[in-house]
Write a protein that binds this ligand. Structure first.
Ligand code: HEC
Length: 137
């Protein structure tokens, strides 16, 4: 019985000193604070869910796989624009659209806000954005 107590006491001291060492003695500069990783600056969507939305809303003008439709939407496969904007900027763009009178409009065709489907949520649009990012060649 006594021996067991001694073993337990030694173990307890060992554990305590290990904890102290791991914490750098309390004052060391080597203590690492474990925090949750910083939230990514741009939330990214799910390209699989995005494809389903794309295929019902954007496909009419941008074509299957985003190849574009002559006289309607621009192709995403070769879009320089997609390479220069981040997801947040692209989200704002899709929510706003690019009307015929807009200085950046190159086609003389309207890009309607949310592709003409006001029911699309930001999350759904981010899914679509994740999908169209996979289309670039
Ligand atoms: C009614 C047709 C139409 C629909 C539907 C449509 N677009 Fe467009 N979209 C356009 C046109 C036209 C342009 C090109 C405007 C211009 O001349 O710059 C365009 C441009 C874009 C661009 C910029 C491409 C570039 O290289 O400049 C993005 C991104 C885009 N659309 C995303 C979407 C998304 C996402 C959807 C579905 C939610 C969608 N569009 C639905 C017509 C459409």
């Amino acid at each position: 019985m006594k021996y067991k107590h001694i073993v337990l006491a030694v173990l307890a001291v060992l554990v305590m000193s290990l904890v102290l060492v791991a914490c750098g003695g309390g004052g060391g500069g080597a203590t690492t604070v474990t925090e949750a990783p910083p939230a990514s600056p741009t939330p990214s969507g799910d390209p699989v869910a995005g494809k389903a939305q794309f295929d019902t809303v954007c496909i009419a003008c941008h074509g299957p796989g985003g190849v574009g439709v002559e006289g309607l939407g621009k192709p995403f496969t070769t879009s320089e624009f997609l390479l220069t904007v981040n997801d947040q900027e692209l989200l704002e763009f899709v929510k706003t659209g690019r009307p015929i009178g807009h200085p950046d409009n190159t086609t003389g065709v309207d890009m309607p806000p949310k592709g003409g489907n006001p029911a699309l949520t930001d999350d759904q649009l981010l899914d679509i954005i994740a999908y169209i990012r996979t289309l670039h060649e």
